[in-house]
Design a protein around this ligand. Structure first.
Ligand code: SF4
Ligand code: SF4
Length: 76
């Protein structure tokens, strides 16, 4: 059976390294936002400045074959 997006977010949410990223903001932290590669970009535009992206070194990206960056800012 294929996991739904919500199942994947539950499964991998704690492994997302977004909260350690230099581009991550207090705004996103206060709203418990992360795992943007599954959830889509920040719905409240909390992250607006590219200060580096840790997605390429994230274990979730490896597990799910996600090979892009800045999921928090763009629906790539
Ligand atoms: S998607 Fe990339 S740039 Fe955005 S917070 Fe996560 S690691 Fe940082
Ligand atoms: S690939 Fe990026 S957005 Fe997705 S879980 Fe990892 S750090 Fe978060």
């Amino acid at each position: 059976m294929v996991d739904s997006s919500s199942d994947l977010m539950t499964k991998y949410g704690s492994e997302c390294v977004c909260p350690k990223c230099p581009s991550f903001t207090i705004c996103a932290k206060m709203r418990w936002q992360s795992i943007f590669c599954l959830a889509g970009k920040s719905p409240t535009d909390c992250i607006r400045v590219e200060r580096g992206c840790l997605c390429p070194e994230c274990p979730v990206a490896s597990a799910l074959g996600k090979d892009k960056q800045y999921y928090c800012m763009y629906n790539v």
